[in-house]
Design a protein around this ligand. Structure first.
Ligand code: ADP
Ligand code: SF4
Ligand code: MG
Length: 268
């Protein structure tokens, strides 16, 4: 079983990329599970045709004897969808939802199939959000970033977390590569490719900014389902193929802030 995690800044396109990736894996006949690990809990919405599925945390607040059907929902292409969820605003720890979700899925023996895709917020890489990497779930991490400095900054912080966690025996996570989800900036492809090289990794896919994504979103579908013949759908299929073939997993070396800013200036 491959366990793949997409990490990146909020709003960068993790859920869009994760859902299309899961859909592309499913098209290839793979048994796929996608776990949303962002308190925003909208990771699987496009796979679920707009439905906000109940989160593991909210189900746990309500009942003790949860069954698989209470927290695992079947979406497009048979992808099994789970949302960890978040705490009530103002109380509790967001990372707790992630921990509780994994414990429950393990207890149910539901963490199986060919591929598990974890969609994880990377603005904070505290113990809670590092949990999928820390406890051996996410074995391959892909950073989702654009060429914007704050997005690279978040990706760089995730590199620091991977490097630190790789010193632990329980953490088997490595960096699989960088996905550039474009914001249509000048020299963005070159900038993100160079960032990837400097951290000791590689850019695995350049995903263009494309209105096919919005068209699919307003129709509550992934691009793979809504516009299967579009070039953007092929980009996501290409990403799925590259990830499946990728066995080049690295411990990254994060840049210091000065280096990161210098890099961003050089590609303006
Ligand atoms: P995240 O999960 O990282 O918070 P989302 O996947 O929800 O981000 O994406 C944020 C917004 O950006 C969404 O409205 C989505 O439609 C849009 N978006 C993401 N990737 C692309 C893309 N390649 N082209 C156009 N719009 C995109
Ligand atoms: Fe939980 Fe992380 Fe927030 Fe701390 S920073 S309360 S560990 S989510
Ligand atoms: Mg998201």
């Amino acid at each position: 079983m491959r366990q793949i995690a997409l990490y990146g800044k909020g709003g960068i396109g993790k859920s869009t990329t994760s859902a299309n990736l899961s859909a592309a894996f499913a098209e290839n006949g793979l048994d796929v599970m996608q776990i949303g690990c962002d308190p925003k809990h909208d990771s699987t919405r496009m796979l679920m045709h707009g439905r906000w599925i109940p989160t593991v945390l909210e189900q746990m607040y309500e009942r003790k004897d949860l069954e698989m059907d209470d927290v695992i929902f079947t979406g497009f292409g048979g992808v099994r969808c789970v949302e960890a969820g978040g705490p009530e605003p103002g109380i509790g720890c967001a990372g707790r939802g992630i921990i509780a979700t994994f414990q429950l899925l393990e207890k149910m023996k539901a963490l199986n199939g060919d591929v598990v895709v974890y969609d994880v917020l990377g603005d904070v890489v505290c113990g809670g959000f590092a949990m999928p990497m820390r406890d051996g779930y996410a074995q391959e991490v892909y950073l989702v970033t654009s060429g914007e400095l704050m997005s690279l900054y978040a990706a760089n912080n995730i590199c620091k977390a991977i490097a630190r966690l790789s010193e632990r025996s329980t953490a088997r996570c490595r960096l699989g590569g960088v996905i550039c989800n474009s914001k249509n900036m000048d020299n963005e492809r070159e900038l993100v490719a160079e960032f990837s090289r400097l951290i000791g990794s590689k850019m695995v896919q350049f995903v263009p900014r494309d209105k096919a994504v919005q068209a699919a979103e307003v129709n509550q579908m992934t691009v793979i389902e809504h516009a299967p013949a579009s070039p953007q759908a092929d980009v996501y299929r290409g990403l799925a193929k590259t990830i499946l073939a990728n066995d080049d997993l690295r411990i990254p070396t994060a840049l210091d802030l000065d280096e990161l800013e210098k890099l961003a200036r050089a590609y303006l």
